[in-house]
Design a protein around this ligand. Structure first.
Ligand SMILES: Cc1ncc(COP(=O)(O)O)c(C=O)c1O
Length: 450
């Protein structure tokens, strides 16, 4: 009888992160200064990030040591189990084998603490006292609140106003770990005041909250900014997920055919898949499938262009698939999948054909979430349910073609604070939303001219 869960011992938690920059098929286009449009140097980033993270952002070294202090904190919840979704397979009557890497067992309930803890550590090491950040539905904010708490840093979170009002439990979680949470747009920053002057009732967006958090950091000597996705160093920290998965699959002698993850800014997907990239580059047949909402179809409908990382045009300009920095997302429930761009590393590998992408509306996503909850038990985060939808569809294809493939997906988080969305789904009140092509064309007119 095969085990359902594959564990590693704590000593088998990776000691190094994997840096895909060492293996890219071509160099990453350089990030540009939002004011001068010239390539950014480390000094330009210094008011925002500590040097340790800036070095990781540009490093070409394949392996980067995980500091002992970070590794010891990882031990609070890592290694996370790799689980066989046997009951889901049986419900689908598929010959495929489905596995999922369960990142929902972290203190904050998602993969986000993998980088939050590392970022708090590097800031602390360089004498930073306070971190500012943004959060949408609260997953990232709660992870950073936890990370800051562990290393004794203050944490200031600008939370998208509509989520602040609708999702009080994540705010309470952040406050439990000692963070201070402000609804965004706020009148505490220039960026926030600018938005409020245009629209006093603005519900906020991730782009606006990023502007506020960056603004906060550049105005104070004791503060740096922290981003929960998109950047190279964030993806680097998340590779602990893929490295463990690889070791677990090896332990049970299983070769994956397809790896699946949802994409908001790209960090859980990339951290999960990139450690398998060297083999893929050498010709091994492993598919990487990125899943996004049709309401925010960055990879499937966006363009590969230089764009601002935020609405107020203060964050660096990077080359990425984008829907335009003025993109205002529809109110879908996967709050973490509503960013207008994606990680430059992921975008490059997508553009080069190493990654596939698929988009789903939210009703089929919640149907998948229900089936998962009713077979495997854990209630997934709406973001994670996108990956589950794609895994289920792959498994159904295997049933139709009678193929015994191995499907592995990243279970990026649980949905215990997203039950209002489940309630709407159960009462048939969730609306599907397809982002209109005309709006994409319109927003792309505002791209920086570089
Ligand atoms: C549970 C969960 N999964 C996935 C994501 C998407 O982010 P990323 O693409 O950076 O992994 C989020 C973001 O908030 C999240 O909370």
């Amino acid at each position: 009888m095969e085990d359902i869960k594959t564990y590693l011992t704590e000593r088998e938690i990776p000691r190094q992160w994997y840096n895909v920059q060492a293996d890219l098929p071509k160099p990453l286009p350089p990030p540009l200064h939002p004011g001068t449009l010239k390539p950014l140097g480390p000094q330009d980033l210094a008011p925002i990030f500590p040097m340790g993270l800036i070095e990781q952002e540009v490093s070409q070294q394949r392996w980067i040591d995980i500091p002992d202090e970070v590794w010891s904190i990882y031990k609070l919840w890592r290694p996370t189990p790799l689980c066989r979704a046997k009951r889901l397979e049986e419900a689908l009557k598929t010959p495929a084998r489905i596995y999922y890497k369960n990142e929902s067992v972290s203190p904050a309930g998602s993969h986000k603490p993998n980088t939050a803890v590392a970022q708090a550590y590097y800031n602390k090491k360089e004498g930073v006292k306070r971190l500012s950040t943004e959060t949408g539905a609260g997953q990232w904010g709660s992870a950073l609140a936890f990370g800051c708490n562990v290393f004794g840093l203050e944490c200031k979170v600008y939370m998208v106003k509509v989520s602040y009002q609708q999702k009080p439990y994540r705010r309470m979680m952040m406050e439990t770990w000692g963070a201070s949470v402000t609804p965004s747009p706020s009148n505490q920053t220039e960026a926030g005041r600018m938005i409020l002057a245009q629209d006093p009732n603005s519900p906020g967006s991730l782009g606006i909250a990023i502007s506020e958090a960056v603004n906060d950091a550049v105005k104070r000597d004791d503060t740096r900014y922290s981003l929960g996705s998109v950047l190279n160093h964030v993806i680097l920290h998340q590779t602990v997920v893929g490295l463990e998965t690889k070791a677990q699959l090896k332990k049970i002698g299983v070769e994956p055919d397809v790896l699946i993850g949802c994409v908001g800014g790209g960090s859980n997907f990339s951290g999960f898949c990139f450690p398998f990239f060297p083999e893929k580059k050498q010709g091994k047949k492993i598919r990487f499938v990125a899943v996004e909402p049709t309401a925010c179809p960055t990879l499937t409908k966006g363009l590969y262009r230089y764009d601002f990382g935020d609405t107020a045009q203060m964050a660096p300009i990077v080359k990425m698939y984008t829907l335009g920095h003025t993109f205002i997302p529809a109110g879908i429930h996967a709050g973490g999948l509503r960013y207008h761009g994606d990680a430059p590393l992921l975008c490059l590998l997508y553009d080069e054909g190493f990654v596939e992408a698929v988009a789903y509306p939210q009703n089929p996503v919640f149907e998948a979430a229900m089936l998962f909850a009713r077979t495997e038990g854990t209630i997934p985060a709406p973001e994670t349910a996108h990956a589950i939808r794609a895994a289920i569809d792959e498994a159904i294809k295997c049933r139709e073609k009678k193929e015994e493939k191995v499907i592995v997906f990243n279970f990026s988080g649980h949905g215990h604070f997203d039950l209002a969305a489940y309630d709407l789904f159960l009462s048939k009140k969730l609306e599907d939303y397809e982002y209109p092509d005309e709006k994409i064309k319109e927003a792309l007119k505002d791209l920086p001219k570089v």
